[in-house]
Structure formats: structure tokens, C-alpha cells
Design a protein around this ligand. Sequence first.
Ligand code: BES
Ligand code: ZN
Ligand code: ZN
Length: 469
Amino acid sequence: MDLLISLSKQITDQQSLILVCKSLDDIKRFSFTKEETKYLESAIEKEQNSIRLNRYSHQIFVVLTKGDLEKIRLAANVLHREINTLKIEQLTVVDYAKNKTEALAFVEGLALSNYQFLKYFSEKKENTLKGIGLHFDGSADDIQHLQSVVDGTCVARTLVNEPFSYLTAPQYSKDIERLGKEAGFSVEVFHKSKIEALKMGGLLAVNKGSIDPPTFNIMEWKPKGATNKKPIVLVGKGIVYDTGGLSLKPTANSMDMMKCDMGGSAAVVGTMYAIAKAKLNVHVVGLVPATDNRPSGNAYAPGDVITMHDGTSVEVLNTDAEGRLILADALSYAKKYKPEIVIDLATLTGAAARAIGKQGIVAMGNDKETMAALKESGDRVHERLAEFPFWDEYKDDLKSSIADLKNLGGAEAGAITAGKFLEHFTDYPYTHLDIAGPAFMLSPFNYRGRGGTGVGVRLLFDYLKYKSE
Ligand code: BES
Ligand code: ZN
Ligand code: ZN
């Protein structure tokens, strides 16, 4: 099912082509028949931006690109449907517009649209498209980077799409180990005894109701020529299924999509995969605490006081606010790397999803430089950041009458108090990304598709690429 993107040196008009241009003038050199030229002109007069010329043995598409990179990705997504209906297997995109970035965005839109998760169907209706050539003024490196980030995004999508019936925490670790071998990053898995020895009380408390043990996954990509001395650490929420625990999810159907609650960690794994495949010159560590959260006779309970990896005591007032408990242990574990910066990704709060929906990522933190760079990356790849305030006054909502902190804020600003809870466990420049809104789609959302979107991978890849240059 993998889609291969390649640099295309030679083009003939005997194969299916997409001619990307700004106007018909750009493609004058292409050998159209008189009838074809006439047809193209009249279609363009009717303001059609995507025109198909049927040459029977193959197809020629003429695409006029308008607007920003996202408009171009969206146009590619619309065209992808037609390509698949026509059962095209291989096609070459020719950049007559002479705009490298736009050509890459177009191919990215096509490639991401081609993703499917068919594992559980008896009859697999696979998309026909298997390869895209790109004829443009770019390099093999450009293609390699695009292939890597597309593959990393699809890795993240598949991890999210896998149901809990398959993806328990131990299985997740096996998958991460396999992906590490495939892409070339190293993986170390801590199992329950090691997690106990490290006194990761947050991860252990959330795991108490589970029938599967927790895992703590450490990924590392450390190339020889890394531009950074101290590592960049990425932390992802790895709740493989969130029932809410004893504070069982109260809203009808709200549990249906909770296999997506490891979406933050899937973005971290997908990013590690992409940067290792692309061999980016940057030293990155990925940390993923993983467990499910469910009720049982042994489950942790509202009112419990637990002791975290760093010694902080936490009063648990709602077992559905579990993400911050497992992330807190990972964030305090991250201190040992003396990181340059830390970024975490998590499907952390319904509040973040309600605030901005699927259109972007709720971001907050105490690291202005990283926030600014991430915002620029987010605009480029259209995984945009909406920065929320991170004022210390919000910490007041986390005061407990019995312990150092409580895991529940007040009635307001739920996404921010969750972020402030996490910040307590950090001693480095810190950025928190709440992806509860854009991580999972119940119905198809353009090239992001249905189910897991892989949000975060393209953002982090773009950011790390900038850091590596
Ligand atoms: N996993 C959920 C957050 C979530 C909601 C993710 C919707 C994706 C879509 C998280 O663990 C949770 O349940 N948060 C609670 C926190 C509350 C109890 C403080 C929430 O947001 O309601
Ligand atoms: Zn929860
Ligand atoms: Zn959760």
C-alpha cells in the first residue's frame, strides 16, 4: 500500500501526467493537439482549474495552481479522487509553474490523500495509485524529505487507527521497536518492574485498573553531525484507550473514539520515523509513557493521593484527567537529558477541542523562541498553532488541601490548567501542544482523511528540519 515518490528526470507524453502551471502560457511547449488547446482554453474561460484530457491509454491533467500552499494541497486532494476513479497506478507531476515549494505541496497533498487503513476488511478496496514521479527543479533530497514526512504521517495515522483490541501498551512498544529498526532510530522499552523502580507513580496509578502492564518507551535519533549539543526531547501522551477510569466518561458516545488518546505519542513516533528516514542532522529523544485507563476492582480512585516520579504528591480528583499524570512522569524523567528544549504533544483536554475545534493545535509554554518557530512551521504545513495564555495565576486552580497539587483545575480554562499542571514537572524551556481537536476525524477531512490524521508529524518535521540547518 506504500506510495513511492520519485524524482522524475525524463518525461514523455506516453504516460499519465499532471501539468502544474499558473496559466496556459506556462505549458505552451507541451504538444497538445489543436482540439486539446481549444478545449483547454474554453475550460479556463469557464474558470476550471483542473482539466483532464483523455488520451485513452493515459490521461493528461492540467492543473492551474492558485493561492497558498494549503489551497494547493486541497486541490491535489480533490484530484486524487478522480485519479483513483480512473484507476491510475503511476503518474508524473510536471512543474511548469517553476515553483519548487508549490510542486512539493501538490505531491504531498496527493500522497497524503492516498492513505488507507484496510487491515480489518476482508475485501480490501485498495487505491490504485502506487507511484508519483515529480519532474521539477528540485533535488533528490527534497524528494527524500517529502517521502519521509509522508511516511511518518502515515505511521502515526496507522498507530492511531489501530484499535485497543490490538494496540495495548505492550503491543505498542513492539510496534515502536519494529518502526525503530525500519527507520534507523534506537528504542529502549522500560517494562513494569523498571517503571516501579523509577517510582513513576503517575503512570503506575493510571495503569492500576488495567489488565496489561504499562510501558515507558525511549526513542533516540543521534546523528554524528547533529547541530545541537543538548537533545531536543519530544514527549507524547500514550493512553492506548481512555474510558475515564472510575470517573467513567459521562458523555454519550464520547468513548467511541478514545483509541485516539495515544495520538500525541503517535505523532512523536511518526516524527522519529520521519527524521531518521530523512537523516536530519539533529539530536532528538522521544519519550512515550503508555497504558490504557479503565475501571476495575483495582483501579485508582478519586480522592487517592499518589507520589510522582519527581516526588510531587498529587491528589487525584478525577481519574479521567489521566493524561497529565503519565506525562508528568515523562516530563520529569526528561530532566536527566538536560534538554535544549522539550515539546509535548497530547490529546489532553476536551476544553482545547471545544475552544478551537479541528482547525488547529492549542499551544502554550514558557519558551518564546520555540513557540515562534513552531508557529512559523505550523503556518507552512497548515498545522497551525493557537497560543493560549500561560499565566502563573492559573496555578492557583491546582492547589490541593491534602497534597502538593490536584489533578483537576476549576470550571474554567481546562486546557490551560492542564498545561500548568505539566509545567510543574519541568525545569527546561517547555512547550505544550494539545491536539485533542485535530488528532482524529469521524468523517473525512480533506487530505487528512478519516480517523487518525497524524497531526503533529508534519509540524515537528518542518521545525526539526529548520533546527538542523
Ligand atoms: N483524553 C481526554 C481528552 C480528549 C477529549 C481527547 C476529546 C480527545 C477528544 C482526556 O483524558 C480527558 O478525559 N480530559 C478531561 C479532563 C477533565 C476531567 C479535567 C476532559 O477534557 O474532559
Ligand atoms: Zn481522560
Ligand atoms: Zn485521555
